[in-house]
Write a protein that binds this ligand. Structure first.
Ligand code: AP5
Length: 233
């Protein structure tokens, strides 16, 4: 089964995709995480990604599609995936259709998280992430752990690394608002692309406001609906 988790920046896609990945045993493919990993490596490719990401701009389609295609070739992605943050343009959606089509797969359902702009700004401005493993925190809703010693060292609950919890460079109010505008103009039209191709029922729109557990429960219900209509090849 292939699922797409969809929604504006800060909607909770990464948080929920990580939890769903564990509970469903499906790999999460997040282009933002793959790009941040390349940036951290200091490679030339990473520097090109950083140029766009730090301004809240989309990385060009050709670079993004190549990154995704390489990830999709990896062994753990052979039986389905949760796509998080990809596709973000209609050109990327068309490319994904082509890539999945070649291996007799297709998107089985789109989980569309609906969140208002005030909540988005609140969530993103309070977000903290572990640079090492990508674990996401929020200063109020899911606070990072307390310091473990007098020096203020903090240990990530997920990977155990010390002092790796940071605020992303693109998590400031101005960049968040421009990322949201870009989402409305370039990413939202993807829903129509899929509806035209597979019918309106491919899109499962959910209220993304509420506790993480409440949103997770809504997602699981939607996934059961998708699963009941999907027959494994
Ligand atoms: P990416 O990393 O994908 O960022 P994004 O889509 O902008 O999404 P975010 O990671 O900001 O938010 P999210 O929805 O995952 O929310 P999260 O779970 O973290 O992309 C970053 C950049 O990379 C892009 O701007 C672009 O430059 C580039 N890029 C990536 N993919 C690309 C592509 N396909 N094409 C071109 N460029 C691409 O949650 C947010 C916060 O809210 C967290 O602190 C979390 O703890 C908290 N939270 C989550 N759920 C709840 C809840 N229910 N209640 C309260 N708080 C919550």
């Amino acid at each position: 089964m292939d699922l797409l988790i969809f929604g504006p920046p800060g909607a909770g896609k990464g948080t929920q995709a990580a939890t769903l990945s564990k509970s469903l045993g499906m790999v999460q493919i997040a282009t933002g995480d793959l790009m941040r990993k390349a940036v951290k490596s200091g490679s030339d490719l990473g520097k090109r990604f950083e140029h766009y990401m730090s301004q809240g701009l989309y990385v060009p389609d050709d670079m993004t599609i190549e990154l995704l295609a390489n990830r999709l070739d990896e062994g753990d992605a052979q039986n389905g995936a949760i796509f998080d943050g990809f596709p973000r343009t209609v050109a990327q959606a068309e490319a994904l259709e082509g890539l999945l089509g070649k291996i007799s797969r297709k998107i089985n359902g789109i989980l569309n998280l609906e969140v208002d702009l005030d909540s988005i700004v609140d969530r993103i401005s309070g977000r903290r992430v572990c640079e090492s493993c990508g674990q996401t925190y929020h200063v109020r809703y899911n606070p990072p752990p307390k310091p473990i010693d007098g020096e203020g060292s903090v240990r990530c609950v997920s990977c155990g690394k010390i002092n790796s919890i940071i605020q992303r460079k693109d998590d400031n109010q101005d960049v968040v608002k421009s990322r949201n505008e870009i989402y409305l103009n370039q990413t939202l039209p993807i829903l129509d692309f899929y509806k035209k191709k597979y019918g309106a029922c491919i899109v499962h729109s959910l209220n993304g406001v509420g506790t993480q557990e409440e949103v997770y429960d809504r997602l699981r219900l939607a996934i059961e609906t998708i699963r009941s209509g999907h027959k494994a090849p």
